[in-house]
Design a protein around this ligand. Structure first.
Ligand code: GLU
Length: 286
């Protein structure tokens, strides 16, 4: 088993992150496998070196150890670019200059039924068939994957599969038809970013040889996008394990702004790593 924890250095690690990291670390150790860390810092406007340092400190304190070197997404821009170049030349991407308001307006136009997918409003396709005079990758626009250009044969008769061992355990079908109609053309490169969460996570899990993706249940619905992209790019599909989310006393899931549950805060108040394990419902470390 090769698994990973992939935090974004945009705020303090809280109890939910600690649970995710320790669970993945425990599972890797129990199976004699490997645990990797990946810093997801493609959003340079929100990522801070200080948060990255805090991640290393908090994880070390929690008893989590990882292999060196740590993969950082900001070091991977050339790899993302090479994939986007290839897909652009294959004609499966298109440039999209819609902003959020444009997408909302088009999607809410009376003749269109508004639908929500795992990626938010299903993109109504405004830019899909615009004439396009770019011979190489345009930088000033977002790039979307045109699912309609992906042949059914890129999947197994239009279907792909993944195995889930956490919440919703079982074998799941990912259908190309559903990706076209109920997910929509996903952004693979944001304007001025050179990639997107979906593209990076899929390429990086493959590059790191991750066999088991262990992460929060909030990402379960995005998994069909990831599995679809693996088919398009000819990459292996790992096993997925989506774990329960850690919630506050009102049942709301923790967010980055829940500083009250930051690991650093518990540490400062004298909690031990064993206390944190108990709080998130993990058995004592061996
Ligand atoms: N970077 C993502 C986050 O912090 C996790 C992505 C993943 O595990 O696939 O929520």
């Amino acid at each position: 088993m090769i698994t990973r924890f992939a935090p974004s250095p945009t705020g303090p690690l809280h109890l939910g992150h600690a649970y995710s990291a320790m669970l993945a670390h425990d599972m890797a150790k129990a199976s004699g496998g490997r645990f990797l860390l990946r810093i997801e810092d493609i959003d340079q406007s929100r990522s801070r070196p200080a948060w990255e340092d805090q991640i290393y400190q908090d994880l070390t304190w929690l008893g989590v150890s990882w292999e060196q070197p740590v993969m950082r997404q900001s070091d991977r821009l050339d790899a993302y670019r090479a994939t986007l170049d290839r897909m652009w030349n294959d004609g499966v991407l298109y440039a999209c200059s819609c902003n959020r308001a444009d997408i909302k307006a088009a999607a809410f136009a009376p003749q269109e039924g508004v639908s929500l997918g795992p990626d938010g409003i299903i993109y109504p396709g405004t830019c899909r068939n615009l004439p396009n005079d770019h011979t190489s990758l345009p930088n000033e626009a977002a790039l979307r994957l045109d699912w309609s250009k992906i042949p059914v044969g890129a999947f197994e008769a239009g279907q792909a599969f993944f195995e889930e061992t956490g919440e919703h355990a079982g074998r799941h079908v990912v259908s190309l038809d559903k990706l076209r109609k109920q997910v929509g053309d996903v952004v693979l490169s944001r304007r001025d970013m050179g990639t997107s969460y979906h593209l990076s996570v899929v390429l990086d899990d493959a590059e790191q040889g991750v066999t088991h993706v262990i992460r929060g249940a909030d990402l379960f619905d995005a998994t069909q996008i990831h599995v679809g992209l693996q088919q398009v790019m000819g990459l292996p599909t790992p096993v997925y394990h989506h774990h329960r989310l850690i919630r506050d006393e009102n049942g709301k899931r923790l967010a980055k702004r829940d500083d009250a549950r930051a690991i650093a805060k518990y540490r400062a108040e004298g909690a031990t790593p064993a206390d944190i394990r108990r709080l998130v419902g993990l058995p004592p470390a061996e």
